[in-house]
Write a protein that binds this ligand. Structure first.
Ligand code: FHN
Length: 419
């Protein structure tokens, strides 16, 4: 790993928790097309219902998210304890959520809204110290005749993807990387069709903006099926909603939905509870990763209320327990997947996250005898830092805990390393 990569990744490694935003024309049908509920994720409605380009395009005339308030979205992210934001500049439907001179099919030119929400978000993020990045669908584009994936409007055998990449994708990326202030991250998706084109894209982004982090789904190397890879990107992106069983010894991130869709669907109410989100975040950080948690704003421009409520609860927990998350990473030992705890780590300190409180007052940390040198143990949120007793039982460390947890979702015990 070169010093340069480390520098670029420093804020990201510290951040651990980011907001993903899938927002586009698909928020209008919100999962329903011509009175029919379309199965699957909301932003795929054009594909799933095989909506012709000419018909889908008409949604733009109705897109007027007057309730959009960049400062409010950034406030929610910040209150939730998220340190970065990644929003769809262009998703697979090809509609550009930013002002671009390479197509009129964009939010400024084709909608009554006429504003560039990405500009407003970039500014609001800058003001609040939140890192800002773009999701950009570099391969699938169901609107562009040379983009991939639309076989109901276009004859795929006549497509020229290389031309699309060189004359459309790259110029648009240049706009995104130069017109919006420093761009912390470009989140490519799916993969790029050939390693050569992935490299061309990677080099292009690097040259324009060396500090911009590139997501693993740029692809570009030979992939072992189903093994998450970082390709030519800076970090591994795991499968959607997929947390690895054990730690990955590289920079990695999991993109995750709050319900079962990325883009807004009016009838998806399968929300994860705040407690579940906290436990997911802890699990991810305990394996050395970042959590990029999605919200799918409505066509009016609001983050759905259930999402906001969940995120604010998560933020409350992080306010009290953030020390065990931000800048923390994997412990120097493996935790059995079915253990009722997870461990995050910073040099000199182990944070034991108790997710299932022991009924007998003894918390058993499995097989750590040669892995840690315990010093003082105390609850992270206990201002008096009252010491907790512990003993060794074979290779296991057994910590004495009170009958009830301080926090039923996750009580954090700090175990300092002995000098
Ligand atoms: O097809 C997309 C999907 O719509 C969504 O953007 C997710 C987010 O990780 N990425 C792709 C599927 O993996």
């Amino acid at each position: 790993m070169t010093g340069c990569v480390k520098d670029r990744m420093a804020w990201w490694r510290e951040a651990r928790f980011g907001m993903f935003i899938h927002w586009g024309l698909y928020a209008i049908p919100a999962g329903v097309w011509k009175g029919r509920c379309i199965p699957g994720i909301g932003e795929w409605i054009m594909y799933r219902a095989r909506i012709p380009v000419k018909e889908y395009e008409k949604l733009a005339e109705r897109f007027n998210p007057v309730k959009f308030n960049a400062k409010e979205w950034v406030r929610v992210a910040k209150e939730a304890g998220m340190k970065y934001m990644v929003i769809t500049a262009k998703h697979h439907d090809g509609f550009c959520m930013f002002d671009t001179k390479y197509t009129d099919y964009n939010i400024v030119k084709a909608t009554p809204f006429k504003r560039d929400p990405l500009k407003e978000l970039a500014e609001a993020c800058k003001e609040e110290g939140i890192k800002f990045g773009f999701y950009y669908s570099q391969t699938l584009d169901w609107h562009h005749p040379d983009g991939m994936g639309n076989d109901w409007d276009y004859d795929l055998s006549k497509q020229n993807f290389t031309k699309y990449l060189r004359e459309y994708v790259k110029p648009q990326l240049e706009e995104l990387l130069t017109n919006y202030g420093p761009i912390a991250l470009i989140w490519f998706d799916i993969t790029t069709p050939t390693p050569e084109l992935a490299r061309e894209l990677r080099d292009f982004v690097r040259k324009l903006s060396p500090e911009t982090i590139i997501s693993g789904r740029i692809g570009g190397n030979v992939r072992i099926p189903r093994t998450p890879s970082k390709g030519l990107g800076d970090y591994v992106t795991t499968g959607d909603n997929q947390i690895p069983e054990t730690a990955i010894e590289d920079y990695w991130e999991v993109p995750m939905t709050l319900n079962d869709t990325w883009g807004f669907k009016s009838y998806d109410h399968n929300w994860k509870s705040p407690g579940r989100v906290i436990q997911i975040l802890v699990d991810v950080v305990s394996k050395g990763g970042n959590l990029l948690l999605n919200v799918g704003p409505t066509a009016e421009g609001e983050i759905p209320k259930p999402s906001v409520d969940i995120l604010l609860e998560v933020g409350k927990w992080l306010k009290a327990n953030g020390e065990s998350i931000y800048g923390a990473g994997a412990a120097p030992f493996n935790t059995p997947p079915d253990a009722p705890y997870r461990c995050t780590y910073k040099p000199g300190k182990l944070y034991i996250h108790v997710l299932g409180w022991p009924w007998d007052g003894e918390l058993r940390i499995f097989s750590v005898k040669d892995k840690i040198k315990p010093g003082r143990a105390f609850f992270l949120t206990d201002p008096s830092r009252g010491e907790l007793a512990y003993r060794w039982d074979g290779d296991d460390l057994v910590i004495q805990v009170p009958e009830k947890p301080l926090d039923p979702i996750d009580t954090v015990i700090v175990l300092e390393e002995a000098a």
